[in-house]
Write a protein that binds this ligand. Sequence first.
Ligand code: ATP
Length: 402
Amino acid sequence: MSGPFSNVTDTIFDEKQVLTENYQPEKILERDEEIEEYRFALQDVLFGRDPENIMLYGKAGLGKTAVTKYMMTALKDEVTTRDSADELTVHELNCNGKTLFMVVRTLVNDLLPDHASPFPKRGLGTGDAFEELYKRLDRVGGTHLMVFDEIDHLDDANTLLYEIPRAKSNGHITQSKIGVIGISNNYTFRRSLSPKVKDTLMETEISFSPYDAPELQTILSTRAARAFVEGACDESAINLAAAIAARDMGNARQAIDLLRTGAEAALKAGDDCVQEQHIKEARDIVKRGQLTTRIRDQTQHAQYILESVARLEAAGRTPARTRDIQHRYQTVANSWGTDPLTTLKSVQDHLSDLHMLGFLRRSEQNKGESGGRYFEYQSELDPELILDVRERIEHGDTLDNR
Ligand SMILES: Nc1ncnc2c1ncn2[C@@H]1O[C@H](COP(=O)(O)OP(=O)(O)OP(=O)(O)O)[C@@H](O)[C@H]1O
């Protein structure tokens, strides 16, 4: 009997998972200098000395997490072969959305023996959690590296970065050694630390710079060799994905996303080779996904006003004055079953915000001596794209392809 899946074939993907976010590459490419700095900063661990603290800086998708995972695995392997090294425990935590208490509590729970009851969520304070952490560290002993990803998102990074690196000199631990590895997208993070922390946190800083197109090509080709069936991906497709991502932010995640989305587009179209046209399609899909997110982040009425400008633009009636936009907005709001805001001022405020956010272009007009000054607006983005995205948002269609 034939069912909906009986004719499914995949002539494109082989190991598709190598193009997904949670795949950890065994080999890190094009990051030799950063790896060298990292190795140097970590090597004390091999000799049973106190580890250095390390801060990694760099924008999204530049390999900070991938390189850190790679280095931690390599260090753990090496430690087992060296008599001079203490036993090594690596704690990895993402600080996004966490409080200091949650972070310290997680570390404590990490160090508890199997079946022990976890540190209570309520009733005790951060000071108690730190006390328990020090007790646990000394009981387990050895060297502990604590990796704090997105450390700039932590509500109280100052206390964490004061307490942990000083645990030994303040006499809180005697049987164990700790090193902190902080990862941040935000170069100004260090400046936000208190002088007390800056003075005492002796650390190595490693900064990750954007990948250029040839570097991204190398990363993509290596992934493609495993991800695709032989002959199912054109080199020109890889080069285009690398070029687009390099021109944007030099982000490897974006380059990999483009290649995967392009390959999915090829598969959907029934083509058996990923080519430039599929990457272009992927770029539009990704762009549309990002725009959907940006538009969805606006308030309901701001979205109606944006849609109104797009409708006027599609009808060739822009640049438009505030009053004309307000008229159109009243129709648009009603069409979505909502009462429009009534004052001209509220429409003006939304237009001004949308201009500041880069959705609208604004030009100032002077109408002779009597008419005074006024603004005209038009869309910064393709109006058809905005209308399409708006339609999808209203109909609950998700196209989040970030
Ligand atoms: N040099 C590289 N070699 C192989 N793969 C890489 C390299 N750099 C990045 N990648 C891949 O690109 C993606 C993004 O990298 P990663 O998560 O390490 O970036 P990040 O700098 O930590 O970014 P974020 O701050 O957004 O977390 C991952 O899938 C990773 O495996």
